[in-house]
Design a protein around this ligand. Structure first.
Ligand SMILES: [Zn+2]
Length: 314
């Protein structure tokens, strides 16, 4: 079972060539170079009439130039593994685009990435490329000033580095590790799910939390489960991981074994948590729960962990 969002295998990121500005400029000028647009953090797509299938809209440099869209400092996503053609992303605010009338036809519709992922209408490869561009954009917006001296920074290396004008220090895109864990009851016939106040009504999912400095993955799982639900965890096994560009996390999926069962819920973190038996987990995933409860969205690694739980004892 593969999460919907995963790192793209279509492109070679060519991380060793990002610092070569002449190489990137030559790639961007080739006829086969293609550019995706993010407008107000949303990827511009094409879709069929029924909106059941969507793809990123990849534009040529000439189309962008004809529309008056500047090609300044595009993010370098990589090259197509087969053709060697460069793939780039350009980001605009809606306000900026509204000042370029010719560009409007090229830049619509722009659709929220999370909604695209939830609807399952776009390939995981393209979702992951849009997610990469969105994560980079978010980082650039939050790294305009140098953390050491407060000087202004400017983008380098196809968007993969920012350098400070004043002190010369470098900043690199960040990824925040998050543990997300399926906690098995000691009898292994049920698992612990909770709902945060941010969830849609009736939705339950696995517990999750950020890894803190100085923690390993298993420590973070044990701490989060204890803090949120008051349950002690023994063994922790890594299951799978998923990039999650909202805005720039890496979800580290684990299967954890509870050694206690009484729940003490932290109301700051969770509205509710309880043990769900296997047949109830099935109902959550199938959308057939008699109480109208629902499970995690189909793009989410939490769903992969729930399926793994069902398959373990099957
Ligand atoms: Zn500085």
């Amino acid at each position: 079972m593969i999460p919907t969002l995963r790192s793209s295998s279509l492109l070679d990121r060519q991380s060793q060539k990002r610092a070569d500005a002449a190489y990137l400029a030559a790639l961007a000028e080739r006829d086969d170079a293609r550019f995706m647009l993010l407008v107000g953090h949303k990827p511009v797509i094409v879709s069929n009439e029924a909106r059941t299938e969507a793809a990123l809209r990849w534009l040529r440099a000439a189309e962008l130039a004809d529309a008056g869209l500047p090609l300044d400092a595009p993010f370098f996503l990589g090259v197509d593994r087969e053709s060697g053609a460069g793939r780039f992303a350009l980001t605009f605010t809606e306000h900026h685009l509204n000042s370029i009338p010719l560009a409007l036809g090229l830049s619509r519709p722009a659709v929220d990435l999370r909604a695209l992922a939830m609807q399952g209408v776009m390939s995981s490869e393209e979702l992951s490329l849009a997610g990469l561009a969105k994560a980079l954009e978010h980082w650039h917006q939050s790294a305009r000033c140098c953390g050491r001296c407060g000087g202004q920074t400017r983008p380098r290396d196809g968007g993969w580095r920012r350098s400070c004008w004043a002190c010369g220090g470098d900043l690199f895109p960040r990824t925040d590790p998050v543990v997300i864990m399926l906690v098995e009851h000691p009898d292994r016939r049920s698992c612990l799910l909770g709902r945060s106040g941010r969830f849609a009504p009736g939705m339950f999912s696995t517990l999750a939390g950020f890894v803190e400095p100085g923690e390993d993955i298993a420590d973070a799982v044990r701490r989060e489960v204890m803090e949120e639900a008051g349950v002690e965890v023994g063994e922790v096994a890594f299951h799978s991981a998923q990039p999650w560009p909202f805005p720039h996390s890496l979800m580290i999926g684990c299967i954890a074994q509870a050694t206690t069962t009484a729940l003490t819920i932290d109301p700051e973190e969770l509205e509710e948590a309880r043990w769900f038996a296997r047949d109830e987990v099935c109902q959550l995933l199938e959308g057939s729960h008699p109480g109208g409860l629902t499970g995690p969205g189909r793009q989410a690694i939490a769903r992969v962990l729930l399926r793994a739980f069902l398959e373990r004892d099957a």
